[in-house]
Design a protein around this ligand. Structure first.
Ligand SMILES: Cc1cc2nc3c(=O)[nH]c(=O)nc-3n(C[C@H](O)[C@H](O)[C@H](O)COP(=O)(O)O)c2cc1C
Length: 391
């Protein structure tokens, strides 16, 4: 049997195989974050498809943390019953499901967050909007809201939560000296920049106990001169591991360096491009084309960071980023570079990919990395017309 189908634990949670569905924003919830039949269908197909563990798309923890339309929200008690039905369905297939908890911070539009976005410091975002620097009270409330959202996730039957501290969202903004210019208790030194994340983690841990799985998603590299690099990432991971985080998933990129996150083609209908107009639109199009030529897709494009981070932590490492070929997946696990293989786009295209691998019917994903799945529309593979054969 392939190592991919050997069970492994994350804290006390037994996962039936090593394949994880990476957090993937669904854009299928109600406008105020509630569960819908579309979400249940999406997750039923994934669970039927043989995945070991599903991580949901980022679920906002408070109203002004909603960075995209129709995201899952865990910001109010009324959503709990709906998500309980979703987790019950997933559990019928012996699949574990973890809720990703997220706050978009400065990476939100005024329209989506319902006012000026908030952030550790007033550093303008890519759209030119200057966020409000959070005061102590707002920081305390944000921490509480992560803890409350985690409590709702548990009540809704999620097997664990993943704290989203990657991709330039609020927690990552506190971690990075580029976006955290504070001189108080939450900024300045490495420890102080870590404080927001640690307060959230310890708040959830205290509230939900030592056995409830708490995972972390963090960047291995921001690919920004003044952002976090792999050495910073290893230090953050080491610190969180020493505090008994249950697993760490490494990713990369921020709004400014988005195409390092989901390497592949630049989607023609990418939101940044469509929302601009006139000269601005041309400027953005040129920049994106230039970037697309520089940042090419390659298999397992974050693997080089996994080894550096893995040796500094004692919890399982989950690796994401362009992992497409079964042989590569197996080698990553056999060499000990990671403990779980996480995939996003291949499972948008083929939720049944894990079962195809298990039955020996697929040697690699047929995902083309076209990035057409990155749209404002509900998540789906918009390349379905083109289906290359599996082998
Ligand atoms: C449509 C889409 C939605 C995504 N949503 C999220 C999300 O909600 N949270 C997150 O941390 N990453 C998100 N990502 C990033 C993926 O989890 C993953 O890190 C990235 O796509 C690289 O993995 P892949 O090559 O297997 O697609 C998203 C990516 C795509 C393409």
């Amino acid at each position: 049997m392939s190592i991919l189908f050997e069970p492994k634990t994350i804290g006390k949670l037994l996962v039936k195989n090593r394949l994880v569905r990476a957090p993937t924003v669904e854009k299928m919830a109600t406008d105020d974050g509630g569960c819908t039949p579309k979400l249940v269908d999406l997750y039923t197909r994934l669970a039927e498809g043989g995945i070991g563990m599903i991580i949901t798309g980022g679920a906002y923890t408070q109203r002004n943390g909603k960075g995209l339309p129709k995201k899952i929200g865990l910001h109010r008690d009324e959503v709990i019953d709906g998500y309980k039905k979703l987790t019950d369905r997933i559990h019928q297939y012996g699949v574990k499901v973890v809720a990703q908890l997220s706050h978009c911070g400065r990476q939100g539009t005024v329209e989506l967050v319902g006012g000026t976005p908030v952030a550790p410091s007033a550093v303008p975002n890519l759209l030119g909007v200057t966020p409000i620097a959070m005061d102590r009270k707002q920081i305390g409330e944000a921490v509480d809201n992560f803890v409350r959202a985690a409590e709702r996730a548990r009540q809704a039957g999620f097997d664990g939560v993943q704290i989203h501290a990657a991709h330039g969202y609020l927690i990552h903004e506190f971690l990075s000296p580029r976006t955290n210019r504070r001189t108080d208790d939450w900024g300045g030194t490495f420890e102080k920049r870590m404080r927001f994340l640690i307060e959230i983690y310890q708040g959830i841990r205290r509230h939900l106990g030592k056995d409830y799985p708490i995972l972390l998603r963090m960047n291995s590299n921001d690919y920004l001169e003044d952002g976090l690099g792999v050495e910073d990432a290893a230090r953050i991971a080491e610190r969180m591991s020493s505090l008994s985080i249950d697993a760490i998933e490494i990713s990369a990129g921020t709004w400014e360096t988005h195409f390092y996150m989901s390497r592949g083609d630049i989607p023609q209908n990418y939101w940044l491009y469509t929302r601009a107009s006139g000269e601005e639109k041309e400027r953005i199009r040129e920049k994106l084309t230039h970037l697309a030529r520089q940042i090419r897709f390659k298999e397992a494009y974050l693997l080089e960071y996994a080894g550096k981070i893995k040796k500094r932590i004692s919890c399982p490492l989950i690796l994401v980023g362009g992992i497409r070929t079964v042989r590569v997946m197996e080698n990553i696990l056999l060499e000990g570079s990671a403990d779980f293989i996480s995939m996003c786009r291949p499972l948008i295209r083929e939720p049944e990919f894990p079962n195809l691998i298990r039955r020996g019917l697929a040697a690699r994903s047929t995902c083309l990395n076209c990035n057409l799945c990155l749209t404002d529309k509900p998540v789906a593979c918009y390349q379905m017309g083109f289906r290359p054969p599996h082998f």
